[in-house]
Write a protein that binds this ligand. Structure first.
Ligand code: PMP
Length: 385
């Protein structure tokens, strides 16, 4: 019997067989014609998946934090004012990154489980002039989702550049980057894109590229500087090789398959599937008697969930009992409350069967900890709704 557990932590996630097969191909050289074609295709497909036909895509070896730092390093100069909207751990991280690059940061923090409303953003932007604003679309520590459309539109109204940290949302939650006027939408390969960890990905608006071109000072991170990378992306997109730093060639081949899978499913169908599965999972948790960290359905992400354990159950006991279930999930992340909740990823190619196993595993673990939960019934009811 297989002892393999389904990976249902909120990233990295399980990958489709064609993605893994591409990872396992003989290592392509970065100037091989087949690789050049794949790189070019990835750049073109990113514009489609990001819904930003006139944006500039970047594919760089590194994790999501590099994508965050790259946007910050290129768009910030000493003394610039930046507003950071925070709904958890990763908002806080963005504040630290922007400060490192010389920004004067105002941090607007939501109460745990709540989003920052358009009204609060409007108020903050009307009180002070900011050069840029960052926000976490879905914060992976709280499973809280922000209203990206309203925020993007408000930033445009106030002439502020916007960075959307979409590490836990791109390709799982709808983002119409161009239509909503968001300047940078960034992510990493290992979440809803469905590729192993190792690629920092972003699409940048023409307005942000212009702002970067008008900088008066050097970008303070050599590796992240768009001066080094923009010519590389432009070359590969037009079918020519170029070198600044060695691309992660197998990962780029895998990304090509991951993006093809997304486009073949269709963006609307994919967002709809995430929406249905996310809702069903939350309903199942509620039927098992668990509350969630997000305060309402409106602010609940569809890519992951963060259920709260009953006070009578300790997280280590619960996680130990989960050890014999067929799925791997994650503990809490937000330092103040990390032992009070757990997190389940249901993004990328996660399907009903994955979620059924997961709900049943959770019910089993709750019962081991003294509750009386019926996982099979909870899932059957939740998915029928
Ligand atoms: N932002 C968000 C919303 C994330 O979920 C993560 C990773 N969990 C990051 C940024 C950082 O990405 P990475 O771990 O790939 O550096």
């Amino acid at each position: 019997m297989s002892t393999r557990k389904r990976l249902m932590i909120p990233g990295p996630i399980e990958c489709e067989a064609n993605v893994l097969a591409a990872m396992g191909e003989p290592v392509p050289g970065h100037t091989a014609p087949g690789f050049i074609a794949s790189f070019g295709q990835c750049l073109k497909m990113m514009k489609q998946v990001w819904q930003c036909p006139s944006g500039q895509p970047f594919i760089i070896a590194g994790s999501g934090t590099l994508a965050m730092e790259m946007a910050a390093a290129n768009l910030t100069e000493e003394g610039d004012h930046a507003l950071v909207l925070s709904t958890g751990y990763f908002g806080e991280r963005y504040a630290r990154i922007l400060e490192r690059h010389g920004a004067k940061v105002t941090l607007l923090e939501a109460k745990t489980g709540h989003a920052i409303t358009a009204r609060q953003v409007e108020e903050a932007l009307s009180t002070k002039k900011y050069k840029l604003m960052s926000f976490t679309h879905v914060d992976t520590s709280t499973a809280v989702k922000m209203d990206a459309q309203s925020i993007g539109e408000l930033c445009n109204k106030h002439g502020v550049m916007t960075i959307l940290d979409g590490v836990c949302s791109v390709a799982g939650e709808n983002i119409r980057q161009e239509e909503w006027g968001i300047d940078v939408v960034l992510t990493a390969s290992q979440k809803a894109i469905g590729v192993p960890p190792g690629l920092a990905l972003m699409v940048v608006s023409d307005k942000a590229i212009q702002a970067w071109k008008e900088r008066k000072t050097l970008v303070r991170n050599y590796y992240a500087d768009w001066t080094n990378w923009l010519p590389i992306m432009e070359a590969y997109e037009t079918g020519k090789p170029a070198y600044f730093g060695t691309p992660a060639t197998n990962l780029v081949k895998a990304l090509e398959k991951g993006l093809e899978n997304i486009i073949n499913e269709g963006l609307e169908a994919r967002f709809d599937r995430h929406n249905r599965l996310g809702k069903a999972f939350r309903t199942a948790m509620s039927l098992l008697g668990l509350d969630m960290i997000p305060a309402s359905e409106e602010v609940s992400a569809n890519t992951l969930s963060a259920p709260i354990l009953p006070e009578t159950i300790s997280l280590p006991d619960f996680m130990q009992a989960m050890g014999s279930a067929k799925v791997a999930i994650a503990g809490g992340l937000l330092p103040e409350i990390k032992t009070r909740y757990f997190r389940v990823g249901h993004m990328g190619s996660a399907d009903k069967e994955d979620l059924r196993l997961c709900v049943e595993g959770i019910a089993f673990a709750l019962n081991e900890c003294g509750m009386n939960a019926n996982g099979e019934k909870a899932w059957r009811t939740a998915i029928a709704e």
